[in-house]
Design a protein around this ligand. Structure first.
Ligand code: ADP
Length: 260
């Protein structure tokens, strides 16, 4: 448990640092993009210069997208949690699964209809699911299977400790792929911002770290189970609005969660 605490604290520190940098960076990018826009609109340029200008603008836009994601991880972006019905939300995302996964991966969804609603930012939730599906696809270049399962679970002490969460009820959404899996180092570092094994052109290393930041801020959590050659399961723990009778009392969580 102590090891996990240090890990959470480390992530927290990286988050604060990157958030500060991203914030200032974003302001300066605004100046760059604004100026380039103005030049593009007014200057008489030959085709070659115009082409270069378009390239510069495009690169600046990509930087802006990146800093936005970084700000998301650093939790500088305000979340707008609301009551969300995971069953209908996942049903809505069904088509997107097929588009992302293509024909070589078969996807199965096991989402009961009687799940309690969760208290979460809907667009961040959607972004998280898309990200997990893209990661799963990347891990299955030769095809495979993806299984998404949702369950209302009362965490036992072990699972709570592994996810860094209190012993209470959560809606656990598990995304399991039959892909390459992760070695021990990758798994240990997967939640660090900028950690990627995909190379700079393909990966940003901001997928899992952003999802983790978003879920922590929402009173939930994330846990990875993976082994090389055996696929990967990412469990998302979402805070239920209310618990059915018999489970521990749970109110909508506070807006931010202290990692310490
Ligand atoms: P990115 O996808 O840009 O690399 P992520 O933060 O989403 O950033 O993932 C970090 C790393 O974790 C990936 O580069 C990859 O090595 C590993 N990873 C994430 N998801 C999976 C998965 N489903 N299967 C195997 N490895 C994964």
């Amino acid at each position: 448990l102590e090891e996990q605490l240090t890990h959470a604290q480390k992530l927290e520190a990286i988050g604060q640092l990157s958030g500060g940098v991203a914030h200032d960076f974003n302001n300066m990018l605004g100046v760059i993009i604004g100026s380039l826009d103005r030049v593009q609109a007014t200057a008489e340029l030959d085709d070659r210069s115009r082409g270069r200008l378009a390239l510069a603008l495009q690169a600046a836009q990509s930087c802006a997208d990146l800093t936005k994601r970084l700000l998301g991880f650093a939790r500088r972006q305000k979340l707008q949690p609301r009551e969300l019905d995971v069953t209908s939300e996942m049903d809505r995302l069904r088509g997107l699964f097929e588009r992302v996964l293509g024909e070589t991966v078969t996807a199965t969804l096991d989402i009961p209809a009687d799940l309690p609603p969760v208290w979460i930012d809907a667009s961040q939730f959607e972004g998280a699911i898309v990200n997990l599906v893209v990661n799963a696809r990347d891990a299955m270049p030769d095809g495979g299977s993806l299984a998404v399962t949702a369950r209302l679970v009362e965490l036992d002490a072990d699972e709570a400790a592994m996810a860094g969460l209190p012993v209470q009820a959560f809606l656990r959404l598990s995304v399991a792929d039959s892909g390459t899996g992760m070695d021990a180092e990758t798994q240990a570092r997967a939640l660090e911002p900028f950690f990627t094994t995909k190379g700079p052109d393909k990966g940003t290393g901001l997928g899992l770290s952003s999802i983790y930041g978003f879920l922590r801020q929402s009173g939930g959590g994330l846990r990875i189970e993976s082994a090389p050659g055996e696929g990967t399961t990412v469990h998302l723990y979402l805070p239920p609005m209310q618990n059915p009778a018999g489970l521990a009392q749970n109110t909508p969580p506070a807006a931010s969660v202290d990692l310490t």
